[in-house]
Write a protein that binds this ligand. Structure first.
Ligand code: FAD
Length: 392
């Protein structure tokens, strides 16, 4: 088990993904074949605990694989991230009832069944903001009836385990929020193919609609009063934030490779190769600096989290610093790559154009920048440990 070179395996898959990425991006179609290859290569059990038949790779190795996969196709890697972090963070935080965690692990290991949360809603925005879902769960004899609509449900076409948040109907002035296990085969669960986005177009992040979905009582996984922090706490934030950051680095690396190859080979008629131009050389060097800085921050935060090493700045704060800095640095790096490539960088058939759109998406995955900075500011200015910036 320990002998598998996961990074090399991810690099191999990334080559296949990259050949299909342009078409999925144009069509906004879900890359089913990529997920079949991921399943065959063992990636769908990469972060599942060994006690449940998985490979239980450490956080930092998971991040390396995300980087490589994203260099082939950002959408596939971001979608996979949602599945991997579920097991990584739950392995540490133990917030789901054993019955459901065991089942999710068994599904991932034996069938390659994919898991993700459905938390965001049109009116709610990011659940990490602390709002109350409109999706409503009403208790009835022996179970629950749920109605609502979730947006941004990544991998909606293939999800098998949907971890859904809903407001629990009650007359109390302290609303409660429940986390429910929903299966795609539950009557009244449908996917509306609404995902038509600027970037990460092949993630299948469609709307999930629940119409009078009746669930047995044991589908309620977690129940908490509104305002109580996410029970996964810093584990949830760490796996999510760093997974998104590593994925973003992979996208920026793909743009960097494109720009370097372009600069090496582009020789305008009658002129010297553009790689000899001082401006181009400086730009390529700047891209490398930005990517290197991002990687240093992400793997520093992962190491700090794995060893729970404080070293002046708490691991949980290093995680949000790494996420915020990486997103901004990688967006800048891809922007510079576009400038190196010049006018043709605007053409859809150029991979760098897709990277330019994909690299932005992680800005809108938690922790969002404002909340991340607020977490740091509270620690610095109010001298109080703030709750993690939140995940959904
Ligand atoms: C590619 C992609 C995949 C996704 N996949 C999933 C998924 O699988 N499941 C899922 O549930 N969600 C998913 N999401 C949704 C994501 O997690 C966010 O919930 C979503 O992007 C909504 O964020 P928002 O910025 O519109 O939120 P809003 O909360 O509406 O925020 C809007 C703006 O207001 C600011 N703001 C709001 N509240 C505060 C506050 N308290 N303090 C400071 N600033 C604030 C925000 O920073 C932001 O600038 C995905 C998003 C993307 C882009």
């Amino acid at each position: 088990m320990g002998d598998i070179d996961w990074v090399a395996r991810a690099q191999e898959l990334a080559r296949d993904f990259s050949g299909r990425a342009e078409q999925h991006d144009r069509e906004g179609s879900f890359p089913f074949e990529n997920f079949e290859e991921l399943r065959e290569a063992g990636f769908l059990k990469l972060t599942v605990p060994q006690s449940h038949g998985g490979y239980e790779v450490p956080l930092s190795l998971f991040l390396r694989t995300q980087e490589e996969l994203a260099s082939g196709d950002g959408s596939t890697a971001l979608a996979l991230n949602m599945h991997q972090i579920r097991f990584g963070s739950e392995r540490e935080a133990h917030t789901y009832p054993a019955r459901w965690f065991d089942e999710m692990c068994r599904g991932a290991v034996e069938e390659g069944a994919l898991s993700n949360t459905a938390a965001t809603e049109e009116g709610l925005g990011s659940p990490a903001g602390g709002g109350i879902p409109e999706t409503l769960a009403v208790a009835h004899e022996g179970g629950w009836t749920i109605n609502g609509r979730k947006t941004f449900t990544t991998m909606a076409p293939v999800l098998q385990y949907i971890i859904l948040s809903a407001r629990i109907s009650s007359t109390s002035d302290r609303p409660e929020i429940g986390t429910f296990m929903v299966r795609p085969t539950d009557e009244g669960v449908t996917v509306e193919e609404t995902w038509d986005s600027l970037g990460m177009r092949a993630t299948g992040s469609h709307d999930l609609v629940l119409t009078n979905v009746r669930l047995p009582g044991d589908r309620l996984m977690v129940r908490r009063t509104h305002g109580q922090p996410d029970p996964r706490g810093a584990s949830g934030q760490t796996w999510f934030a760093l997974g998104v950051a590593a994925t973003t680095i992979g996208v920026a690396r793909a743009a960097r490779e494109y720009a370097v190859e372009f600069a090496r080979t582009r020789t305008p008629l009658g002129n010297a190769p553009i790689r000899e131009l001082p401006g181009v050389r400086m730009r390529i060097a700047r891209i490398d600096l930005l990517i290197h800085r991002s990687r240093a921050l992400v793997y520093d935060a992962a190491r700090a989290w794995e060893s729970r090493e404080a070293d002046g700045t708490l691991p949980v704060d290093r995680v949000v610093m790494a996420k915020v800095e990486t997103l901004n640095a990688c967006i800048e790096a891809v922007d510079i790559a576009m400038r190196v490539v010049g006018g043709v960088s605007l053409l859809k058939k150029r991979q760098v154009e897709r990277c330019y759109r994909d690299v932005r998406a992680g800005l809108h995955n938690p922790p969002l920048e404002d909340r991340a900075l607020e977490q740091l500011a509270r620690r610095a200015l109010d001298g109080q440990p703030s709750p993690p910036a939140g995940v959904e």
